[in-house]
Design a binder for this molecule. Sequence first.
Ligand SMILES: Cc1ncc(COP(=O)(O)O)c(C=O)c1O
Length: 426
Amino acid sequence: MNYEKMTREKLEQERVLLSEQFAHYQSQKLNLNMARGVPCPEQLDLSLGLNDAIQDPKDCFSENGTDCRTYAANIFTGVPELRQLFAEVFGVPEEYIIIGGNSSLNMIYDMVARMMLFGVPGGDGPWFGKKIKFLCPAPGYDRHFKILESFGIELVTVPMTKEGPDMDMVEDLVRDPAVRGLICVPKFSNPTGVVFSSEVVHRLAKMETAAADFRIIWDNAYAIHYVYQDVPLDDIFAVCRTYGHEDRVLYFASTSKITFPGAGIAFMAMDAVNRKWVMPALQTQTIGPDKMNQLRHLHFFRTPEAMYAHMARHAEIMRARFDVVNETFREGLTPYGIGDWGDPKGGYFFSLDLPDGCAQKTYELCHELGVNLTPSGATYPYGKDPRDCNLRIAPTYPTVQELKAAMEVLCICARLVYVNQLLETK
Ligand SMILES: Cc1ncc(COP(=O)(O)O)c(C=O)c1O
């Protein structure tokens, strides 16, 4: 069955068979979306209780007596009990946490803007006007790349391995003083699902960088988003502290994939050096974020245990979809010698590696059959996948039935593209 070992004659027969299946799906006029990682309605329903979480005027006060219905400079960094809850659940020191608005991506954008305009502690002033490079483990998150690119920062691709970024390469690249940072999703990474190994975290923490103001944007967006089982991630602050590099870490997370994307709570966390740097700018930007939404989240969850139970319900809904992806790939690609999709235990995505040169054409054929995928190349800096092999699969939004159809279409298109490629080259 392995396509690479098939004779030309057999491959031609296979092409006829696949073309028939393609025509069958063409007649079905599908309209299915596996493009963006958003929760399905069933998942969103889990958080409906947020809307009723504050019923009584006394619920509008934080424990320290602050009325959260109005401006309150004394809790600028967040309602203390919510900071406590996040500290416990995300495993970061409470005093490091600065709660913001509804979007961690927005906080990352503002952070990079601040670096450009005002510079970073330990550095040589604003980055604006200088040659600045960032290391971008890829496949990675397209919106991260877009933020950096929008400020004229040069994106340097570093391959992702099953354990995190290729650290030999990272250690080599940080000897360049123009390399001022690295942006990553360390747990259930978007899109590979990889969790950085302990060795990777230690090497990131330990390495000496030529730039004194080197920063790691540690976007822990999927910190508690297991699907099959949790996979521990080392405590980045603690590890960096042991090497004297704690100021290297700028940590971000949000409840976007816990409660409501776009209406959740985002926060960042950092050591005292970085807090001293960002606080005056933050306090100039706003009188304070939405504390009522913070209270709603606090009252809705109350305890870490309730938050974990909530994530277990998410996981159950996601598992049905992850199972479909795993099974369809195992049956629809593996026997033909195609496809590596890792083994994600959590997160929101699958990262499918096809034979080189097959991703863009597979994307186009799927599109022709009404199956929308994240554009090929999007998982790489500048939207350019050097091997044209990677596709990001976002299986959470469609129903299980829709997902089955979409995944079958994807497998048929990938096989057809590869068979055509082999026939052209044999
Ligand atoms: C890695 C990562 N970071 C951030 C976000 C967006 O988070 P927020 O809604 O908090 O801006 C996403 C959403 O898909 C994501 O995958």
